[in-house]
Design a protein around this ligand. Structure first.
Ligand code: OOG
Ligand code: MG
Length: 249
């Protein structure tokens, strides 16, 4: 290593830096600022390392989240490509218990649709049709984002490394929409612009395989709202039902 110019930190070092931002509630500058060569591939290794740490601490992977799928969100965040992150059981927030804002940096909430896969989706051949055929149900969800970067300012590799800003998820009670490709299609089409199952198919092709039982968040449907003490956020879907997030005071 004597001849290396500037040592690039290992994924584990960058993952620890992001974890410390959570623990200290102290956002950090984007990683690409100090290392312009930091790219998406390196960033997914950092994300993976962060998840490995969470699993070592006893958490379990329950699915994935898509991010920056809609043009509205891409425009708002200044990033023009989608990404994915990993969802663990430690991120699940109950509708019954207020979200403790003191554990978060600068949280925002956004409405999402959660796909519950009853069967596995094989990556290479994934299409809207195979995703819908594997879908057991579609649930109303709210995602709480909390970028570990100052002012939610990041480039694509930064937000990939930060597990797509994932902080908490709330899944609405009760499965309102049951297996039936056509019905899922119509109901989802009415609720959002574009086809959320297409984003799930894209995810399957990227990660190679979505196991049965996975929960996949399809990506924010609107711009997120900032969470302030006492805020109550309700996402109400015409065909899927309602999910409510209550914040601590
Ligand atoms: C990045 C995460 C984006 C979505 O649904 O688009 C995301 C961010 O906005 O901080 O979760
Ligand atoms: Mg989201």
């Amino acid at each position: 290593m004597a001849d290396s110019v500037a040592a690039v930190p290992e994924p584990v070092v960058l993952a620890k830096r992001l974890a410390a931002a959570v623990a200290d509630r102290a956002p950090i500058p984007p990683l690409t600022e100090s290392d312009p060569t930091f790219d998406a591939a390196a960033a997914y290794r950092v994300q993976q390392e962060g998840i490995r740490e969470r699993l070592a601490a006893g958490e379990r992977v329950i699915g994935y989240k898509l991010g920056l799928v809609s043009r509205a969100k891409q425009g708002a965040m200044g990033v023009s490509q989608p990404l994915w992150g990993v969802v663990t059981d430690g991120m699940v927030q109950s509708e019954e218990i207020p979200l403790d804002l003191t554990t978060l940096i600068h949280p925002r909430a956004e409405p999402e649709i959660a796909f519950l896969l009853g069967r596995a989706v094989d990556g290479p051949t994934a299409t809207v049709a195979t995703v819908l055929a594997a879908t057991e149900g579609v649930l109303p969800a709210i995602e709480v984002l909390d970028s570990r970067y100052l002012d939610f300012r990041f480039a694509l590799p930064d937000v990939i490394a930060d597990n797509a800003s994932a902080a908490r998820i709330l899944i609405g009670e009760g499965m309102v929409l049951r297996l039936n490709g056509e019905v899922v299609d119509t109901a989802a089409g009415a609720a959002i612009a574009g086809h959320p199952a297409a984003a799930v198919a894209w995810l399957a092709r990227q990660v190679g395989h979505l196991p049965a039982g996975s929960m996949v968040l399809s990506g924010g449907l609107t711009a997120p709202v900032e969470l302030v003490p006492g805020a109550v956020v309700t996402a109400e879907y015409t065909s899927l039902g309602v999910v409510t997030l209550r914040c601590s005071r």
